[in-house]
Design a protein around this ligand. Structure first.
Ligand code: HEM
Length: 97
């Protein structure tokens, strides 16, 4: 029987609270455009340095990510670290609180 290694069409949703727990160098998650990225293994490789990513750890890095004006290559690279999306309820709460 052939089994799929992973199902690409299944989106994993995380709440803002879950993302906020991953704010250390042991586990560093970021939100960019409502998508969640685990950049723990990328910290040392990031051309813009580790520090800028750490500053945003556990939170929404969309504005700083866009302010830098990342290249198309950098944008494509983000998909390697995407682990899921921000839960719609968290998006709603972020917008209206
Ligand atoms: C998964 C997320 C990210 C990826 C894959 C990524 C990737 C990259 C890459 C490939 C570069 C080299 C320049 C380019 O190609 O544009 C770069 C530069 C840089 N990045 Fe990121 N980046 C990410 C997130 C962030 C975030 C959240 C910030 C800000 C908090 C940031 C700040 C910077 C800075 C300051 C530079 C240096 C720009 C320069 O020297 O001109 N990056 N990044």
């Amino acid at each position: 029987m052939v089994e799929k290694e992973e199902s690409k069409d299944e989106v994993k949703y995380y709440s803002l609270e879950e993302v906020q727990q991953h704010n250390s160098c042991k586990s560093t998650w970021l939100i960019i455009h409502n998508k969640i990225y685990d950049v723990t293994k990328f910290l040392e490789e990031h051309p813009g340095g580790e520090e800028v990513l750490r500053e945003q750890a556990g939170g929404d890095a969309t504005e700083s990510f866009e302010d830098v004006g990342h290249s198309t290559d950098a944008r494509e690279m983000t998909s390697m670290y995407m682990i899921g999306e921000l839960h719609p309820v968290s998006i709603y709460l972020c917008l209206f609180n």
